[in-house]
Ligand binder design. Structure first.
Ligand code: DGJ
Length: 706
């Protein structure tokens, strides 16, 4: 008898699910336009059964089970006091509604119910999640619970992330043959090291070409992502929250849901994939929460660090407003006794020594200047040197009798202790209710070691408790924007974004490093949620010096801000900041709604480029950055995809380094005299690349003329 066939369709992609004894994705790829019958779909893909193996065909189901002969990594691992360790789920019902299929199955012996939900939206983003319910009368320990999606055999290369503090979102490619691929994060937060995502395709897939399957696990704690190559050559992707020993124990009637796995298929390379994710983020995750233009920031951190003098900060605000800043954020250092990073986390009271008259005057001043006001918090953390620690030693996220290492001299609080979350909520709520605060920068500066609640492992619970705390705050203060920061980019994922408004992408404001960090982040996140600031001339993290032009053009392509002291800035530099701030304001409607195309340049070791094209293809903003010395004396051509092939466009140079013309006899002709070419010409033929010094950038505007 044929299996039941279900399909989900996006604009460009399609998923075909076969449901028989188990649910198996038969196909996830380019949308089919000419129909098929269920019978033929099943029979066309019915596999051979080789010798020397089990006598039955074993599908790569949505939840592979050893009991059914699946020898790879199972979708669920757990037991009930040593029993029911190899459950076998039988499908009970399948429901399809619009863009969603829900498959329910049960193991009646183990008294476990498994509900798998697949949703493919109009933006071509697939969401997969699973819920396990224990309907027996005994507890059930879960050690692993993963979302599983099969991949075609041709997906033999993985592009994955690695990084560290001040160097987030770095990427590496691995060819996956028999060995497969595995990535684990055990740092307790999303992590700088392994952003939870993989991009897979046929070896050599590029920005503009090739089939790509992108996958992101929306989860802010420990995770595991793996790609397995089975002995028969089939491949599968698994993505899961990584549980510490004993931490998931389902009491009778309790259930657990996996984090959502977000996937997208594209047959136009990585640019097609990231466009799907960007549209999904914009329409499904952010929605109206970011309806107004993203205000330009000035964040005080690198300008004054812990040196808080309200009069001086007001002067900073005045200067910031004159530059065009729209939101002024007072960073770390404003609360009781906080003079450096060794003390005071937990004591969320205004430092009366630094602010003898409180902060209301400062907030008013900022508002009178026409800017929004933001304040920094790091709610989850505590220093040993704090009043809170001396009063509540037992509030730590820890295991008694162990002396875990500190990180940035601090410990994490146990958010699952109701007294702790009540205290933190009260403190945050106090500030948001008492003062006219428009914005919270929510920081989280250490990794989690030994996350113990009542001495039991509780890394997973800590993450859920963090979500609950933010949700409660958002519910009470829905108009306050929140930035997710974790020593820069340590907590960036879709689950956080559901409750916040932007990310601090990195503590590294060095424009050269930022180019790469922002590029890496752009595969999954649109520019409007990517905090990108112009830092001081000397980068505080690399000590390198960069021109204002490189710093300005780099910060332009995100949610822009400044991270410096505008009081100690020369008039000339202030003029330049004003220039980039106003450029950003002029172009942000396009940048924050347009389609991002990372460009494939001829000298890709030395150059990087990005184009953001308006949704109606009427114009585009393009930056080309020279990262290092060119390989050759000429750099080939610049090709820009995404414009209307039939229409004519003019290319104007909007910004370039002051010395650009000094290093050459002459630049390409179009740099002196705007050139007019079709969208097709730009995509296929291109224009001659300028010659640029290392660590410099050029900004181009492309406008429709007919
Ligand atoms: C780390 C953040 O990433 C910085 O931007 C700044 O807020 C500091 N923490 C403050 O301690």
């Amino acid at each position: 008898m044929s299996n039941e066939i279900y399909t989900l369709s996006g604009e460009q992609s399609q998923l075909i699910l076969s449901v028989g004894e188990v649910a198996e994705i038969l196909y996830y790829g380019k949308k089919l336009h000419h129909g098929f019958s269920s019978h033929n779909a099943s029979s066309a893909l019915r596999r051979a059964i080789p010798y020397g193996r089990l006598d039955v065909d074993v599908p790569v189901s949505l939840n592979p089970q050893l009991a059914r002969g699946s020898f790879g990594s199972p979708g669920l691992e757990g037991h009930c006091n040593g029993l029911n360790w190899s459950p076998e789920f039988k499908i009970v019902c399948v429901e399809q509604k619009d863009h969603q299929i829900v498959v329910e199955s049960c193991d009646e012996r183990a008294k476990l119910k498994l509900t798998i939900t697949l949703k493919l939206d109009q933006y071509d983003v697939l969401q997969v999640s699973q819920t396990l319910n224990n309907y027996g009368d005994k507890g059930y320990s879960v050690t692993r619970f993963a979302n599983t999606v099969p991949l075609p055999e041709r997906a033999n290369e993985v592009l994955s992330y690695f990084g560290r503090w001040v160097k987030e979102f770095q990427q590496t490619r691995t060819v996956i043959s028999a060995a497969g691929f595995i990535q684990e994060n055990r740092r307790g937060r999303t992590s700088h090291e392994h952003y939870p995502a993989l991009m897979l395709g046929k070896q050599g897939f590029s920005e503009q070409e090739g089939e790509v399957w992108g996958a992101h696990l929306a989860w802010s704690g420990n995770h595991r992502m793996r790609v397995d190559v089975k002995a028969d050559g089939r491949r599968l992707l698994q993505a899961e929250a990584l549980y510490l020993p004993g931490e998931i124990y389902l009491q009778p009637q309790q259930s657990i849901t996996t984090p959502t796995l977000y996937m997208s298929y594209s047959n136009t390379g990585l640019n097609g994939m990231s466009d799907h994710f960007h549209q999904h983020v914009r329409h499904e995750i952010l929605g109206n929460r970011v309806a107004k233009p993203r205000p330009v920031h000035l964040n005080t951190w690198e300008g004054i660090y812990f040196q808080h003098d309200p009069d001086y900060i007001m002067q900073m605000a005045t200067e910031a407003a004159a530059i065009g800043v729209e939101r002024f954020i007072v960073d770390d250092g404003w609360f009781k006794g906080r003079n450096d990073d060794t003390s005071s986390l937990g004591d969320w009271f205004i430092d009366a020594d630094k602010y003898p008259n409180g902060i209301a005057g400062l907030i008013d001043h900022v508002h009178q200047l026409g800017m929004e006001f933001g304040l920094w918090f790091e709610p989850e953390m505590i220093n040993k040197h704090s009043d809170l620690y001396s009063q509540h030693l037992d509030w730590l996220l820890a295991v008694a009798d162990y002396d875990q290492p500190t990180g940035r001299h601090q410990y994490a609080l146990d958010l699952q202790n109701p007294k702790v979350s009540a205290y933190l909520f009260e403190r945050l709520d106090h500030f948001l209710s008492q003062y006219d605060i428009d914005y919270v920068k929510w920081d989280m500066n250490r990794e989690i070691v030994q996350p113990g609640h009542n001495d039991m492992a509780a890394g997973d619970g800590q993450v859920h408790a963090y979500y609950e705390l933010v949700d409660k705050l958002v519910e009470k203060h829905p108009d306050v924007d929140i930035e997710s920061c974790a020593a820069g980019g340590g907590r960036i994922d879709y689950e956080v974004l559901k409750r916040t408004h932007r990310f601090w992408a990195s503590d590294n404001n060095d424009a050269l490093e930022r180019q790469q960090i922002q590029k890496g982040m752009s595969y999954f996140f649109p520019p409007e949620v990517m905090g990108a600031h112009i830092g001081a001339e000397h980068s505080h993290t690399t000590r390198r010096t960069h021109t204002l032009s490189l710093r300005g053009i780099t910060a332009l392509f995100g949610h822009m801000g400044l991270e410096l002291d505008p009081v100690k800035t020369s008039d000339e530099d202030k003029r330049a900041y004003r220039h980039y701030v106003s450029l950003h304001k002029q172009w942000r409607p396009l940048l924050h709604t347009g389609r991002t195309y990372r460009l494939t340049l001829d000298d890709e070791c030395a150059q990087q480029g990005v184009a953001v094209v308006a949704p109606d293809q009427s114009n585009a903003l393009v930056s080309i950055t020279q990262l290092a010395m060119s390989t050759y004396s000429l750099s080939g051509v610049l090709r820009i995809p995404g414009l209307n092939e039939e229409k004519l466009y003019r290319i104007d140079v909007l910004d370039k380094p002051a010395l650009l013309d000094d290093i050459v006899n002459c630049q390409p002709e179009w740099m002196y005299q705007p050139v007019e070419v079709t969208g097709e010409w730009l995509a296929q033929v291109g224009i001659a690349m300028p010659l640029m010094d290392p660590e410099s950038a050029v900004l181009l505007a492309i406008s429709l003329i007919g």
